[in-house]
Design a protein around this ligand. Structure first.
Ligand code: SF4
Length: 496
């Protein structure tokens, strides 16, 4: 399919929307029409004080066209003229494709990864009614998803407000996994490949923790949450895990109020010994991720563990006294059906976890799912699964507390973290809404320096692969010196 971009700069949004309607079609972007191919043409012509927009298609043996003259005076919420023209162009395309396919994407033309952040910003500045009205009419978001975004924004607000100007979270990356799942493109080295790298990696990780803690102390930063993620942190041996958690405790000041999450994602990676280490480290929250309780689906996605192992891992965690457990599920997995997803969700609820995170399957380019062209669930099935999850989790007293979307998710659908009252994971909110600094250590980790006085955000990237991290460690430590100058600049003149 050709997408013609004629005299405008809205390629990103128009192409993204086209992919929502035609997820598996190859789209070639061009500035010239090719009459022989399936084609969508989008064009802009300037007018005095506005623009003339036109969208047409020749698709599936049909043709149609829509045009609109837009005045710059129609800008809302102080937006730039270009943003208005872009939105109107995408609306024209959306209306045409919806009529052609009969499909109504629940998130309308909204393509950003943080719908709740947009809702939060708009409702803080212009009021809830204006914000939800904008979602419904301008962005074509369904009533259900608008309510979801508002609900998440309302839960997040008091938590983000509690965070002080010098607060930060610590993220620790363990980029190793027992094996690679077919839907995952995460840079995770399987244990077999990585065993040799692990001792050196852990050694340097501890050095980076020490260096990062020293920088944080020099600027009087206060640790609020710790998150050890990956990969699968419990892919480390109990000994390796103890070395890392000891280094955290030795270098950072953890108080009873510090939230401390350790992902124990793969049930085939946990043991009594590792749970002992996690308990001794003072972790307040762990994540055990079934993804599905169907053994057939687990086999298809290459998880290399059974649902019985997941159940045993959950029972083991409760025996060790964990009282804040998250369970991740995925809607839209290959061979999964709405009926088996319902069983997965009911089984999940039977463990009464404090958090449930419901993801939508994303087509990640480097995943085996995509490279081997495995068939995934349909968009309609994924929508049905998410609706069921929303209804049942709400009935069981969970509330949505954070949300994000990934590129190439089925139907452009969302990932939502649900929590029982009082159990929202603060780290997930801070990280997703980018409301405070995250100091990140380890391969692939990204430090985000957030000014408390503006929306300015600066990133420091660590090397992606463990071998690069090991080989170029000194370079990385040098880059982290920016933490000091960033805070000097931020607090200069603020007297904070
Ligand atoms: S365990 Fe998680 S990070 Fe590791 S391969 Fe599977 S999905 Fe990816």
């Amino acid at each position: 399919m050709n997408l013609v971009i004629d005299n405008h700069t809205f390629q990103y949004e128009t192409e993204k929307l086209l992919r929502v309607f035609f997820p598996s079609t190859k789209i070639a972007v061009t500035d010239r029409r090719n009459d022989e191919a399936d084609c969508v043409v989008t064009s802009l012509r300037p007018l005095p004080g506005g623009a003339s927009l036109r969208v047409s298609y020749a698709l599936l043996g049909k043709t149609a066209e829509k045009a609109q003259d837009v005045s710059a005076a129609e800008c809302v919420f102080g937006e730039r003229e270009a943003d208005l023209y872009e939105r109107r162009m995408v609306q024209l395309l959306y209306d045409l494709l919806r009529a052609l396919t009969g499909y109504t994407p629940p998130w309308g033309i909204l393509t950003g990864v943080r719908p709740a952040k947009l809702m939060l910003t708009l409702s803080n500045r212009f009021g809830e009614e204006a914000a939800t009205g904008y979602f419904r009419t301008e962005l074509r978001v369904s009533a259900e998803k608008t309510a979801l975004a508002l609900s998440v924004a309302k839960t997040e607000t008091p938590i983000t407000l509690e965070s002080g100007p010098r607060s930060f979270s610590l993220y620790v990356s363990i980029p190793f996994c027992p094996s690679r799942c077919s839907y995952c493109s995460f840079v995770s080295h399987s244990n077999e490949q990585a065993k040799k790298l692990m001792p050196r990696y852990i050694d340097l990780l501890c050095r980076e923790l020490e260096a990062t803690a020293a920088l944080a102390k020099q600027r009087d930063l206060h640790l609020e949450t710790v998150y050890i993620g990956g990969g699968t942190p419990t892919a480390l041996s109990a000994e390796g895990l103890r070395t890392v958690t000891d280094a955290i405790r030795a270098n950072f000041e953890l108080t009873p109020q510090t939230e401390f999450t350790i992902e124990a994602g793969r049930p085939d990676s946990v043991s009594d010994e590792k749970f002992d280490v996690i308990t001794a480290a003072g972790a307040t929250r762990i994540s055990i991720n079934p993804q599905t309780f169907s053994d057939d689906v687990l086999r298809t996605i290459g998880r290399r563990h059974t649902s019985a192992q997941t159940e045993e891992a959950l029972r083991m965690a409760r025996r060790h006294g964990f009282c804040n457990i998250n369970m991740d599920l995925i809607a839209g997995l290959p061979t999964d059906t709405p009926a088996s997803f319902r069983q997965t969700l009911e089984k999940t609820l039977s463990f009464s976890p404090e958090n449930v995170t419901v993801h939508t399957l994303a087509h990640k380019r480097a995943s085996t799912l995509v490279t081997r062209q495995l068939e995934t669930g349909s968009v309609e099935a994924a929508e049905e699964m998410l609706s069921y999850a929303m209804r049942r989790l709400t009935e069981e007293g969970y509330r949505p507390y954070y949300m994000y979307r990934q590129s190439n998710c089925l139907g452009n659908l969302e990932n939502v973290g649900w929590a029982k009252p009082g159990y929202a994971c603060r780290y997930n909110i801070f990280m997703m809404e980018e409301t405070h600094t995250v100091l990140a250590v380890g391969a692939g980790a990204v430090t985000k320096l957030r000014s408390p006085f503006s929306v300015d955000l600066e990133r420091i990237f660590n090397h992606k692969y463990p071998y690069e991290y090991i080989d170029r460690f000194d370079e990385l430590i040098e880059r982290k010196g920016r933490i000091l100058t960033f805070y000097d600049e931020v607090f200069a003149g603020e007297g904070a």
